[in-house]
Design a binder for this molecule. Sequence first.
Ligand code: 1GP
Length: 230
Amino acid sequence: MGVYYTEFLRKVSQGNKGLAILIDPEKFRVNETALFLKKIPKETTHLFVGGSTVHNGETKAVVTALKQHTNLPVILFPGDHSQITPEADALLFLSLLSGRNAEYLVGQQVKSIARLKEWELEIIPTGYLLIDGGNESAVARVSDTQPMPQEDIELIVHTALAGEYMGAKVIYLEAGSGALTPVSFTVIKTVVGAVSIPVIVGGGIRTETQKQEAYNAGAAMVVIGTAFEE
Ligand code: 1GP
């Protein structure tokens, strides 16, 4: 695996927790990049860039501006193949395993290959699971898939394990941006106990308490977007 994943695994194995700040290129002002970076928490370990509906070229401009202003790893978290750009450090190569829409399981991924095979971008195979966050998420709308109910722990665990067995290097438990209810302690803890790869958790995490709860449940990394946009 590439350097960013290896370094992440090393930190996780030492008991360190990751904190990624998610930047949605649609809402980000490139001319305020320096100011934005001053405001993010000092424990931030990664910057994620992506959104459900981003126009062509916006991601490139945001990633380029971030790379000019910070040494934090800039990781793509794309809503679709058009958001993949070579200026970033790594790419979460997402497959939306919670859904049954072939386009988001593998179709978008195939569309990215002509470019990816020419680029140096580090690719991190990621099993992406959308869990019900109590409101309709952009991921559900855009992908036309249903989130998994938080109560259906067996389905969630089996889906995460299917991801690991298919080769995912991380599992991403997503409640959806702006979720009313983040992924629960029980869901995180059960998935972390079942898989042997790091678990990333995001969606609806707004407070320090919610963040700590995800860490205490075993999340290797928490992703926060909306709370910093606000
Ligand atoms: C990342 O979509 C989340 O997984 C971000 O969610 O915007 O609610 O923090 P928030």
